[in-house]
Design a binder for this molecule. Structure first.
Ligand SMILES: Cc1ncc(C[n+]2csc(CCOP(=O)(O)OP(=O)(O)O)c2C)c(N)n1
Ligand code: SF4
Ligand SMILES: [Mg+2]
Length: 334
């Protein structure tokens, strides 16, 4: 049994009847109305609890929670630079380890979390993240992926989806919008052979909370890639974030899965997928796309989903393996 499976063998998941009351990230922050990113962060922190040190990269979730001299954080929280949240959390984790070993503090159960947006994670901070994962620090890194640099005015990142309009990938006669395909960050995390990687979405809040809880229970590095709807940048209604997030899963654009000790588990199989065109409809960042463009994207989404299913071998041998993870179905037949 791998170290993550061992740590999770007695895992008791959240359900709608036992959700924690604790709110490490309090109300009163300054996110835009309908922000899916802050909702996802709030849910993750509810699951993680208060015995935590949080390191925040620059980005929306830093700016909107800590306008000086106020803060929405009720737990120790460090704002670091745009690029080094994973390096700083690694240092904090190492310092706690040494202080505990020397008997200077007695806090062996404190957990360490770093988070950043897609720009902070996929682009500028990927080196720090890769290093911290490779060195095996005991920490959780959460990427809140709203698919552009939103805080500074909706610039494209390497996590912006193909065809999307941003202020630095404007569509026009010569341009489709974003001209590159979205970087596959969860696979990059998996390639580091860390014990726990998962994707999550605020449209499936209990699943998200269970994954955040599991991620901090696992010894060693854990990585959560969290879909984060941004009505401001995606040009959808402020009441449509959750609908769009659901459509992302239902159209196979953003599949939910876990990789525990290198074994892929699909969290939610999409039996009757919606069309990618339905996912695009509420979002004006895609409104310039032609039928041919959408067909090309649909083919890519179908292919990526098939490739994911293949990693989850023998889908017919469904097996609920880890207690409390009702949505997590082991698909490798082992
Ligand atoms: C070295 C450096 N370059 C640029 C910036 C400006 N900057 C601050 S936040 C940000 C965008 C953050 O985007 P992302 O990480 O995707 O988070 P989001 O705001 O979308 O949640 C940028 C470009 C900076 N603070 N530091
Ligand atoms: S710009 Fe987007 S991600 Fe940032 S606070 Fe507003 S809705 Fe949330
Ligand atoms: Mg972003």
């Amino acid at each position: 049994m791998g170290i993550a499976s061992e740590a999770l063998k007695n895992f008791k998941g959240f359900n709608l009847k036992n959700l924690p009351d604790v709110e490490p990230l309090s109300p009163g922050h300054r996110a835009c109305q309908g922000c899916g990113e802050v909702l996802a962060l709030r849910l993750a922190m509810k699951a993680i609890g208060t015995n935590v040190v949080v390191c925040s990269a620059t980005g929306c979730m830093e700016i909107i929670t800590t306008p000086f001299p106020q803060t929405a954080w009720r737990v120790p929280w460090i704002h670091v630079a745009f690029e080094n949240a994973a390096a700083v959390v690694a240092g904090v984790e190492s310092a706690y380890k040494v202080l505990n070993r020397k008997g200077i503090i007695k806090q062996p159960d404190t957990v360490f979390v770093a988070y950043g947006g897609d720009g902070a994670t996929a682009d500028i901070g990927i080196q720090a993240l890769s290093g911290a994962m490779e060195r095996g620090h005991n920490f959780l890194y959460m990427c809140f992926d709203n698919e552009a640099y939103m805080n500074t005015g909706i610039q494209r990142s390497s996590s912006t989806p193909y065809g999307a309009m941003t202020t630095t990938s404007p569509p026009g006669k010569m341009s489709i919008g974003q001209s590159t395909w979205k970087k596959d960050l969860p696979s990059i995390a998996v390639a580091h052979n860390i014990p726990y990687v998962a994707t999550a979405s605020p449209a499936y809040p209990v699943d998200l909370m269970n994954k955040a809880k599991k991620a901090v229970m696992v010894p060693g590095p854990a990585y959560l890639h969290i879909y984060s709807p941004c009505p401001t940048g995606w040009r959808c209604g402020i009441d449509e974030s959750i609908e769009v997030a659901k459509l992302a899963v239902q159209s196979k654009v953003f599949p939910l899965y876990e990789v525990i000790d290198g074994v892929y588990y699909l969290s939610r199989k999409v039996a009757k997928p919606k069309a990618v065109a339905d996912y695009f409809k509420p979002q004006r960042r895609f409104r310039h796309l032609t039928e041919a463009d959408i067909k090309k994207i649909q083919e890519r989404v179908d292919a990526d989903y098939e490739a994911l299913l293949k990693k989850c071998v023998e889908p017919e041998k469904k097996e609920k393996e880890i207690k409390g993870t009702e949505m997590s179905v082991r698909l490798d037949g082992a």
